[in-house]
Design a protein around this ligand. Structure first.
Ligand code: GS8
Length: 219
């Protein structure tokens, strides 16, 4: 029987983008369901009763939660094509370390940049730029974080690129001026169809960010 694959997602989510890119790299066909996170579906609540968050991958009725775990699951399940994690254990550990670093830093610092003002925003911006620079140094002179090939760590980070315009506009700074190699890497990733088709238009993301700020009474 053919695999039944469904992705519960929400379009501006960099976590959901990771799953979309991994599925595209593997050429897996799936049903995409965009959730209303302010009115969650019964399916989402049943499939992720612990965190009640997207993304959730449902594979033959079985849910897999947490985006990095989902990307690893996709890599292991559809292992015949486009390996995403490095085969070398040390490189694999290193890719997981940096993906974990990105999860601990980028989302919350990014929110400080687009959601807050004044001193809090300035402090968030400073720490965000420091984190971006640390990640950029891991890239070195390679075309991708996976070396010559696009892989797990590239997938873990690239979704944030669709938010760069919002961070820059709300925070009044240029990520390209701070981290030119990182932005060149992001543009390289965008040449891949699996990435360009999975990332939303940065202007649309910015519109969403402004809507959220308005809804929360900021500005
Ligand atoms: C984060 C998912 C998440 O934050 C992962 O999958 O990697 N560590 C998880 N999902 C958010 C949407 S993206 O901002 C979410 O579903 N939020 C709903 C809620 O908090 O109620």
């Amino acid at each position: 029987m053919a695999d039944q694959v469904t992705l519960l997602d929400f379009w501006p989510s960099m976590f959901g983008m990771r799953c979309q890119i991994a599925l595209a790299e593997k050429g897996v066909e799936y049903e995409y369901k965009d959730e209303d996170l302010w009115n969650k579906s019964d399916l989402l609540l049943r499939m992720n009763p612990v965190h009640k968050k997207i993304p959730v991958l449902i594979h033959n009725s079985k849910p897999v939660c947490e985006s990095l775990i989902i990307v690893e699951y996709i890599d292991e399940t559809w292992h015949h094509k486009a390996p995403l994690l490095p085969s070398d254990p040390y490189k694999r550990a290193r890719a997981r370390f940096w993906a974990d670093f990105v999860d601990k830093k980028f989302y919350n610092l990014g929110r400080k940049v687009w959601m807050t003002k004044g001193e809090e925003q300035e402090a968030g911006k400073k720490e965000f730029i420091e984190s971006l620079k640390l990640v950029e140094s891991e890239l070195g002179d390679e075309p991708f974080f996976g070396g010559k090939k696009f892989g797990f760590l590239d997938i873990s980070i690239i979704g944030y690129y669709s938010w760069f315009y919002s961070y820059e506009t709300c925070g009044n700074f240029s990520i390209e001026a701070e981290c030119p190699k990182l932005v060149a890497w992001a543009k390289r990733c965008m040449e891949k169809e699996s990435v360009s088709k999975s990332l939303p238009d940065p202007q649309r993301v910015y519109g969403f960010a402004l809507e959220r700020k308005k809804a929360m009474g900021i500005e």
